[in-house]
Design a protein around this ligand. Sequence first.
Ligand code: FAD
Length: 305
Amino acid sequence: MKVSNLYKDEKPVYSLEVFPPRNGESLEAVYNTIDDLITFSPAFISVTGGALGSMRGGTIAIAAGIKRKYGIEGIPHFTCVNKSIQDIENMLMEMKFDGIENVFALRGDPPIGQDKFMPHPEGHKYAFELVRQIKNLNEGKYCTLSTEKNSETLPTNFGIAVAGYPDGHPECPDKKMDLQHLKTKVNNGADYIVTQLFFDTDVFLEFVENAIKIGIDIPIIPGVMPMDKYGQIKFISKQMGIEIPKKLKNKLEDFKDDKDAVKKMLEEHTLDMCNKLIAQGTPGIQFFTMDKPMGTRKILEELCK
Ligand code: FAD
């Protein structure tokens, strides 16, 4: 099932993002998170791969395992990091035969220790090239063969998600240009977008408005990360170049030593953002759980009342 079809419904679609465990640790945190949130009927579950450059293998197997265990689509985040075009095709075949039907196509963060993304010598430099490769496979064009459709090939049928950046991507100084790069991913075959998290709903809404203006006509799903700690929001803001709105920033500074006050403030802020997004007709919300279900649970309890 292509998950982009789910966004045709009038009701907002809630989905989750989970993290593979580090270095072969148990899957308990992933499954505990899903078990805790399953009552809200998440439409699908995305599984990150090497986000922020960390080494966390297992993404494809976990996504396929989620589908088998829960009957919910599992979506692997699939990056171009350290992969040749042939490696990518081989891994897409692993996905196909493991029942994966949707892929989150990303360039990827540079591995820890590298400050810049270095494409594989026989790989892709940008995510749009990966999107194009998947789209080609969906048309039966395999990289080992000519680009013409070959009658002996069997097309895949992957749904393709890509990343969008309401605050702009940190490597692209010009937000307009970054949006054009998003459009290139759409033109090459993406069928829905999940955004980086943001702290200001107006920034997201303006991003959507600008995207529509330049002809982006696929669902744009806001990524929301429930947070409850001062250090956490400061780290994310700095690391990902995401602005904290002035009012919230000032309030956080005033109460930064009061953990309970910060927790309450951030929970209220996130719930307020979700309510505003729903009021504006968002097709869905993707919750970045970080394998800690409590924050997402609190919000979904309110949204699903
Ligand atoms: P691209 O779309 O290729 O963009 C990368 C940069 O290149 C941008 O600055 C863009 O403006 C620029 N660019 C694009 N096309 C061109 C062009 N033709 N010419 C010049 N410049 C161009 N990372 C992980 O490693 N693992 C994950 O699991 C993961 N999950 C994510 C989930 C979400 C919801 C989001 C929003 C991001 C996620 N990321 C993840 C982070 C992502 O990999 C990084 O932000 C990465 O730096 C960019 O990936 P991209 O797919 O957006 O790349």
